[in-house]
Design a binder for this molecule. Structure first.
Ligand code: PHB
Length: 416
């Protein structure tokens, strides 16, 4: 098969950049890892899954959470499906850096000949890989990046995480009905932040609320002090916040405390990213009582979630700590990939090279019970339909947890 011009150019670029751009962290380098321990039962060539996510620098934790979710799935379900061995080929995007991700995606497609591209903690990573997926007709499974428009960037994208409008819209509706009249929004100044701000504003103002100020913060190295001071000076009833889970959410919470927002009578309401399961212990009692909306909490009471939590700990060890919503999306993305391979009886290449749409068609009609609850893919948008939960931070057996109070079932992405 003649390679498209785009990919021929990519080969040259890769030859120059492979060493310099992003670190190779392929699981082949860790022969003890879950992905490669079982003997190859299959005679056919392995199916390769190219994992692109940030594994170094300030955003390393996000990549690790996704990687651990994938490892957990393989630990539970094995590394062979429909007679085909599954091989994860991992590349470190180093953070939300589009250029690096694009080169690594090209490398995975051209050199490693992967069958799927997966991962994508950040919107800029997914946006940069989308044209590569389109050109090479490689199905691309988003395991976190949550800007609404991402699935429109390639017909080969399917998303198993969430969108910011999906989780923010119910919170606007709730706030307007629960005695909050004036809100200042604080979001990170890129795709998911803009989406969160717009979706919250729409439902909150439709319910009679008023946005009195909008504050946007930089994606890299933010010092939140002046932004949080602006929130305080605007004297809202509540501040609505979205920042990426991890370093940023911890930093913004610390600044809210330092600037005395709670003492000034300003409530915090946020997407679950800001008070994610892993951050609560570090934030401490300042998180108590805060209302968030999100699609997953480790307290979700179901057999599937209990099994997932036990498997996550068994796979990754106690030092890995708790999983979060990103690990669950990665686990679910792998569930879907295995299901597709099973339905195609392991004959992925034939189907994919001639009819890549067959793979996407199977993704589009995917529905199963995730550790977070029931999920399905909307065939029109290739985006996830799921329950969004309203939660409050409480103490459960002495530990801080986001406890589900009520549910908004069957939420499509309202951003499209
Ligand atoms: C994104 O870049 O789309 C993103 C990153 C972290 C989050 C949510 C969304 O917590």
């Amino acid at each position: 098969m003649a390679l498209p011009v785009f990919l021929r150019c990519a080969i040259a670029t890769i030859a120059l950049c492979a060493a310099a751009c992003g670190k190779k962290t392929s699981d082949e380098a860790h022969p003890g890892s879950a992905a490669v321990t079982a003997p190859a039962a299959a005679t056919a060539a392995p199916i390769k899954i190219g994992l692109l996510t940030s594994l170094s620098g300030p955003f390393a934790e996000i990549g690790k959470l996704i990687q651990n979710g994938i490892k957990t799935f393989i630990h539970v379900h094995g590394d062979t499906i429909a007679g085909r061995k599954i091989e994860i080929v991992t590349r470190d995007t180093t953070g939300p850096v589009g250029e690096v991700t694009r080169r690594l995606a090209q490398e995975l497609v051209v050199q490693d000949k992967v069958d799927f591209l997966v991962g994508f903690g950040f919107t800029p990573e997914a946006a940069a890989a989308a044209p590569v997926a389109t050109e090479a007709k490689i199905p691309m499974v988003i395991m976190n990046a949550a800007t609404s428009a991402l699935t429109t960037k390639s017909p080969y994208i399917v998303r198993f995480s969430m969108t910011l409008p999906q989780v923010s819209a119910p919170l606007g509706e709730w706030a307007a009905k629960n005695g909050i009249h004036k809100v200042t929004t604080l979001v990170v100044d890129y795709g998911p932040g803009h989406d969160a701000e717009a979706a919250f504003t729409k439902t909150f103002t439709a319910g009679g609320g008023q946005i009195i100020e909008t504050v946007r913060t930089p994606l890299t190295n933010p010092d939140f002090s002046s932004y949080v001071q602006r929130v305080k000076d605007s004297h809202p009833d509540a501040v609505f916040i979205f920042v990426p889970a991890g370093e940023q959410s911890l930093a913004v919470m610390k600044t809210l405390r330092e600037r005395g927002l709670a003492e000034a009578g300003i409530k915090l309401i946020a997407t679950g990213d800001v008070l994610d399961d892993r951050g609560l212990e570090i934030i401490g009692d300042a998180a108590l009582g805060v209302i968030t909306t999100h699609h997953y909490s480790i307290t979700h009471d179901s057999a599937e979630n209990k099994a997932f939590l036990a498997a996550y700990r068994e796979t990754n060890g106690p030092d890995a700590g708790l999983p979060n919503f990103m690990s669950v999306a990665a686990y679910d993305g792998m569930t879907a990939i295995y299901e597709v391979i099973k339905k195609l009886d392991g004959k992925l290449e034939d189907e994919r090279r001639d009819h890549p749409e067959r793979v996407m068609e199977l993704f589009k009609h995917m529905a199963f019970t995730s550790p977070r609850g029931p999920i399905a893919i909307d065939p029109d948008t290739r985006d996830i339909i799921q329950t969004v939960y309203l939660r409050r931070v409480d103490k459960v057996d002495g530990a801080l947890r986001s406890v589900e109070l009520s549910a908004f079932p069957n939420q499509k992405d309202p951003g499209k």
